[in-house]
Design a protein around this ligand. Structure first.
Ligand code: MN
Length: 341
């Protein structure tokens, strides 16, 4: 049987050491993550917030867009959202005493709208914990492991390296992070390393079935109505290998759903056997579209997102687009079908 050394894919020990030192030396920490925070982002933020508070540090959490209700429920107090609760112009004053900024699950300026300029200008030390291939090197220390299936995996490694004991709540946070980014251990990034991490978290008392019910079997009727609308707009192209869908502003208005209700909706059409790649366009308030792309493996959707200035992974990527809906869908289908040839 083939032996694989899962250890060798971690970031170098020297980087863990630097990250650990930065965190140890900090007194007041700002934790943040990419816009449209997912389970990986929220899980990492909560795990780090808990351990840093336990160490007697003052901790601020700042999100860049509102959380889906099932992620909101992870936090005892509603964390502030930039532009809703704190204005970009007030960042220097609000976080004047912060002596370390930690960014998790992204290293891209474009994923940090409203924050990126202040980050660069603040002169504060920045620690990035990320698992994406593309990055703008925003951190003085970059704890990046592109082989990790989730940023939560790296946060887990950091806990191990630093010797920080995990409470059940911290273990749950990391479990939420790694389960979300692997589609509950069914995407191709669900490797032996992630299952080993999951096993260790379960040994600490995490109950996956309870988390699953709490997070994913708690849809609002509005979210299900929005999903129905999206599926009504489903079209198959290239012998059923490409699926396109869209959600318009009026779909939100008429169903009562909101932006966070769209999370993971794109995955529904991947249940169709013939589908190799999926596109979901969500109309934004400014008239543009948020484009999400998914692949089962034959298409590298990151290349397509990158064409338009976006990013992501081979199997999941995204980008904001402007143009007429039909033109955008035509263009995306054409580009994906070129890769399928
Ligand atoms: Mn992630």
């Amino acid at each position: 049987m083939k032996q694989t050394d899962t250890n060798r894919r971690k970031a170098p020990a020297a980087v863990f050491d630097k990250a650990n030192k930065l965190l140890n030396d900090a007194h007041e920490v700002l934790l943040t993550t990419h816009i449209r925070p997912d389970g990986d982002a929220c899980g990492c933020v909560r795990a780090l917030a808990d351990i840093l508070k336990q160490q007697g540090k003052k901790v601020h959490i700042l999100f860049l867009s509102p959380l889906a209700s099932w992620y909101q429920a992870m936090f005892d107090e509603k964390p502030p959202v930039l532009t809703n609760d704190i204005q970009p112009a007030d960042l220097p004053q609000t976080y004047a005493a912060v002596d370390l900024i930690v960014i998790v699950d992204t290293d891209s300026r474009i994923q940090l709208p409203g924050l990126a300029d202040w980050l660069a200008a603040s002169g504060k030390p920045i620690l990035v914990i990320d698992h994406h291939v593309t990055g703008d090197h925003l951190g003085q220390v970059e704890l990046v492991d592109a082989a990790a299936a989730a940023a939560g995996e790296i946060v887990f490694d950091l806990f191990q390296y630093a010797g920080w004991p995990l409470t059940i709540r911290m273990a749950e946070s990391i479990f939420i992070a790694i389960s979300t980014d692997t589609g509950w251990f069914k995407y191709s990034n669900a490797d032996s390393r992630i299952f080993q991490t999951a096993a260790r978290l379960i040994n600490l008392g995490v109950r996956p079935n309870e988390i699953y019910q709490r997070m994913y079997q708690s849809f609002s009727p509005a979210r299900l109505r929005l999903m129905t609308r999206m599926l009504e707009h489903l079209q198959l192209h290239s012998d059923g290998r490409i699926a396109t869908q869209y959600i318009l502003r009026r779909d939100f208005d008429e169903t009562g759903a909101s932006g966070p209700d769209t999370e993971n909706l794109i995955d529904e059409c991947q249940r169709i056997g013939s589908v190799e790649a999926a596109v979901l366009l969500i109309e934004l308030a400014d008239g543009g579209f948020r484009c999400s792309l998914r692949s089962k493996g034959r298409v590298d959707v990151r290349l397509i997102a990158q064409n338009y200035g976006g990013g992501g992974h081979t199997l999941a990527a995204g980008v904001n687009l402007h143009g007429a809906l039909d033109d955008l869908l035509d263009r995306l289908v054409r580009e994906i079908s070129l890769q399928l040839k």
